[in-house]
Every structure is written in structure tokens, then in C-alpha cells.
Design a binder for this molecule. Sequence first.
Ligand SMILES: C[S@@+](CC[C@H](N)C(=O)[O-])C[C@H]1O[C@@H](n2cnc3c(N)ncnc32)[C@H](O)[C@@H]1O
Length: 298
Amino acid sequence: MQKSARLVESYQAAPTSGMEAAAGDGDNGCHADSEMHQLMEAIYLQYSYDFRDYSGASQKRRVGQALAHLACPTIPALQAGVLRDPGMFAQLLQYLTIPVSEMFRDPTFFLALRQQVIPRLHTYPSVKVWIAGCSTGEEAYSLAIVLKEEGLLERTQIYATDINPHSLDKARQGIFPLGSIKGHTANYQKSGGKQAFSDYYCAAYNAAILDKSLRENITFADHSLATDSVFSETQMVLCRNVLIYFNQKLQDRALGLFHESLSHRGLLGLGRKESIDFSDYATRFEAVIKPERIFRKL
Ligand SMILES: C[S@@+](CC[C@H](N)C(=O)[O-])C[C@H]1O[C@@H](n2cnc3c(N)ncnc32)[C@H](O)[C@@H]1O
């Protein structure tokens, strides 16, 4: 097999656990790590997107997929290509950012919000929520539906942010493939939905167009947890399925932004896949709904 084909294959098969990645594969591993490092530095210098503190193993896997799809034989070739061609960088960005989401993803999280968190939010005269890493908008629209059904949407402003401009454009449109509706409907029901999910969209040309009224209290905006600063005072921050892609340093940066953005005893929802146990911020939040990793600022 040619060396370039082996490289692409070894990246696609990069291990999933940090421990395995740290073990590396000898000289090849070190060489590949240094190429990855150079690629991320080059992207930062040219495009100001900072992927330098993302977790190594999953980043390698995604660069491996990009190498295959962009028909690039090596990482230096990919680097040269993206530096020369912003269009190619835009394509690589789709691999580096994992733009995956769904309505009412992990429905028990939304059930917990509905039953245990929203009653607390009702005590505020007005509510600001920051959804960090909102991807294509499903999480923000799901929250808007829960707030609407619980009578709090009119008093709430949702700021939903991400670094991927393509995802933000899709989020603003609020249009989803009709094929995804069955899964979204099942999630909505499991999350304690009080109506029929079909009340919130109309179907047209193989697409589901979400009710425009859900968008009225949502602002989609560009914001990076790696390079940007805090948001003004919020009562709740949601950031699910994002920190898992960061190394400890960047996780701590993001948790610092959330801590500073939250008002006194504000709530932070991270979802079941995240943990703050090893973070500098472990003692600055207390768990309020442990399995869903919903915390209160101390
Ligand atoms: C897997 S998606 C999670 C989407 C949604 N939160 C959910 O749980 O369904 C991860 C999102 O994090 C975003 N992201 C990655 N790095 C980020 C950063 N530095 N700042 C803000 N968002 C980031 C990606 O663009 C992507 O949309």
C-alpha cells in the first residue's frame, strides 16, 4: 500500500479514547501529531479559527475523514490546500466542527428542564438563556417549544451561538428534512411534549418548516468558546455535546465563560456525556439534577 493511503487509513481509524491516543504509535504517531499541530496553527493564523486545544484522538479521526473526502494524500497537502483556498477551508470546517444535532436530543434532558428547571426560571421577571455550540438550531427550537408549552417563552430570550457559519445559516432557516421528523417526534413525546409535534411545523417539498413564531425569541450568532469573551448576564447556559471535543484547558476556558456569564445561582446544563469533575470549576458549581449534568452556580 502507498504511504499516503496508509496515512489516510490510520487517521480514519484513530482511537477514540484519550489514553489510546496518548500511547500513540511510535515515530509515525509523533510525526502525525506534529503535522496536526502545524495544521491547526496554520488555520489559526490564516482564518482565526482556534482548534489548537481540541482533543487529539477525535480531531485526528475527523481530519482523516476530510483527507479521504477532499482527496488529499497527506496532512501537509491538506494544509497547503486550505491555506490557498478558503472554499476548501469551509469544507474542512464541516469535519472539524461536527455539525450534528436533533430535536429534543436526549429527551430525558428536556423532560428534566420541563419538570424541574423551568419552575425555577418562572421566578425571574425575564430570562436570558445562552446555548453554546447550537449547531443547526434543533436544541434552541426544542427549548423554545418547551418554554412555550410551559408559558415562559414570551419572557425569555435565547442566544444560540456557534462557530460554524453554515450551521448558523441552517439554524436561522429552521427547515429540516422530512425524513428526520419521525425521530424528532418520538424524542418530543419522550421529553414530555404536551401537543402533537406536527403542530410546530408544516411540510413542504420534502422538508419540515418550523413555525416562525418559535424563532421570535431566538438570536443565532457567531461566538467561539475558544477565542471570544463572556456573554452578558444569563439565567441559564446550555452547552451539550461540545466540551467532549475539547482538551482540559479549553474545557476550563469554556466553563469559566459560563460561570462568569451566569447570574447568581444561575443554571448550567451540560448533558449526560459531559463531566466537570476534573475541572478547575468542579467546586464552583453544585449538581442540581445529577444524571443530566445540570448544575447551579455557587
Ligand atoms: C455535536 S454539535 C452539538 C450540537 C448541540 N449542542 C447538540 O447537543 O445537539 C457540536 C457543536 O459545537 C460547535 N463548536 C465546536 N467548537 C466550538 C467553539 N469553539 N465554540 C462554539 N461552538 C463550537 C460545533 O460547530 C458544533 O455545532
